[in-house]
Design a protein around this ligand. Sequence first.
Ligand SMILES: NC(=O)c1ccc[n+]([C@@H]2O[C@H](COP(=O)([O-])OP(=O)(O)OC[C@H]3O[C@@H](n4cnc5c(N)ncnc54)[C@H](O)[C@@H]3O)[C@@H](O)[C@H]2O)c1
Length: 337
Amino acid sequence: MQSFDFRYLSQEDILDLNIPYIDVINAVEDVMSKFAKGLCQLPVKIHVNTREATYINAMPAYIGGEREATGMKWVAGYPENRAKGMPVTWGLMVMNDSDTGAVKAVMDARWITAIRTAAVAAVTAKYCKVKNTENITIIGAGEQGRWNARLMKLVIPELKRIYIGDLYEAATKAYLAKMQPLMPDVEFVPIYTDDERQKAIDASQILITATQRSDKPIIFSEMLHKGMLGIPLESTAWEGKTYTRYADRFVCDDWNLVQTYLKDGKYTDGLNDEYELLGDIINGDAVGRASEEEFVITSSHGIALSDVAVGQMILKKAEAAGVGTMLPLMKEIDIIR
Ligand SMILES: NC(=O)c1ccc[n+]([C@@H]2O[C@H](COP(=O)([O-])OP(=O)(O)OC[C@H]3O[C@@H](n4cnc5c(N)ncnc54)[C@H](O)[C@@H]3O)[C@@H](O)[C@H]2O)c1
């Protein structure tokens, strides 16, 4: 009797594949390019909210062209989990066969979410940064603060210094203890006061915020200077007019998704009509910055295409290496009893 099986990959299975981070960056860059060429399907993500300030998102996508891929991420974000010793962002990814719809794999989605978010920021930096980007400021010393440092260095070889700040001094100290040994060729400088934060921003060519979502902005136009790239991972951390009045250029991964956040009031001063799509910039159909003086701001709210692209890469590597556990889904076609 025929058996329909799928591959199950735990987080540790994925970690054991030792996927080079640059491969993830390249996969994300490739899928953004395909998206801009109209080769993909990307319905707007939907969600349930079981508790205040939480979400569980359903995120399907299809990638066409060469190396087709289909899948869906079911991912939860529960900020209170940290205090419970549990992951804040976690879930599952399902990969399907594009010809038959068969489930090919079910895998952990935490690693994928963490790395693909930083990879989108890294690809944005690659195309939108000023030429000489020696200093970056990161506000938020959590999961994304760490991943962004890791991946930024891969696309910005000239990067010398990362200023790191957090609401909690203990978080900054834990960050330094983890990241400095991992990245000895970068100098990590802690930010503990408002004055130190301003000096860090003044010295930086990129400012990344990776804080928890809040209605109160922490970045204001007066803190910024021209010739910077701003990368908010949570649009509400930046004052509304940083997008509408201070920025010279707005870059996003998906304009449709940005519109849903706009309708939700996540840009308190609205948005200008002009925008550049990251994929168009990659394809050479738009520019990431027109001069060294521009202030470029980016909004990437996270699209399933990057998850599916990374999921497909993991699946191919796992198949080749025989990693994971094959689980039976079904045998019988006729199931009426
Ligand atoms: N766009 C995307 O695709 C995407 C994907 C994943 C996460 N995110 C967003 O990125 C952000 C960071 O995620 P994470 O997983 O790193 O979270 P995290 O909880 O691991 O880290 C957040 C850190 O920010 C600090 N923080 C909170 N408020 C602050 C403030 N006002 N000033 C300074 N520091 C502050 C916290 O103390 C914490 O250390 C979240 O807002 C999350 O929703 C976006």
